[in-house]
Unconditional design. Structure first.
Length: 210
């Protein structure tokens, strides 16, 4: 089952449209209880990410699903002005976006960077004050290389890599704590950011709870 595809921007009207689409999907799919609540919560997280994107943004959003689960899709063209974004980031003493906090903040950063230059995604770092975690690289599918035409970042792969580094990196423990506090990381079965030349896509996957 697929919903209609709607155009979304980083404005209040799009917030209302995305939440209404999620409600309609849940009703059409006859979802109840936790499954219905989880669809709503993930739609809220997706639209919160959209409204936080720097500068003007336009994308397409829809939801598809079956009896086992659903996928929330956000797609956009890679048309953001990289020079303009870098000028905005100069207000930070490090030249990086110091406002990136939480898992959805990191996913937004991956998505937003992908709209500029997909080759930069693997280099994204997160400062915890005690070393750094390269959350871009740690979530990449190993079958892809950043020099190729496309790549995929996966939250489940990032989670596995953080867990495997907890004994050797103190900052990985903080990254793990962040995962445990995240609504998306606790509800979604996976979150993927796919980047190709000309397009970037976000897919939030949910398996229904019985």
């Amino acid at each position: 089952m697929n919903t209609k595809e709607i155009t979304v921007r980083n404005d209040e009207e799009s917030v209302r449209e995305v939440l209404a689409l999620a409600d309609q999907f849940a009703e059409d799919a006859k979802l109840t209880g936790r499954s219905k609540l989880h669809v709503t919560l993930l739609a809220e997280e997706a639209i919160s990410m959209i409204t936080a994107i720097t500068g003007d943004f336009e994308g397409k959003f829809h939801i598809e699903g079956d009896e086992k689960g659903c996928r929330l899709h956000l797609d956009s063209k890679t048309e953001m002005d990289a020079d303009k974004r870098r000028e905005l980031l100069k207000v930070s003493s490090s030249g990086k976006n110091a406002a990136v906090k939480g898992i959805m903040g990191k996913i937004r950063e991956l998505f937003e960077t992908g709209m500029e230059d997909y080759k930069e995604v693997a280099a994204l770092q997160s400062d915890y004050g005690i070393g750094t975690i390269g959350y871009g690289e740690m979530g990449l599918d190993s079958s892809y290389a950043v020099t190729q035409a496309s790549l995929v970042w996966s939250l489940s792969r990032y989670r596995d890599n953080v867990e495997s580094n907890m004994d050797s990196q103190e900052s990985a423990q903080e990254a793990w704590d962040e995962l445990e506090k995240s609504i998306v990381a606790n509800i979604a079965s996976d979150v993927k950011v796919g980047i190709m030349k000309g397009k970037v896509s976000l897919v939030i996957e949910l398996l229904y709870k019985k």
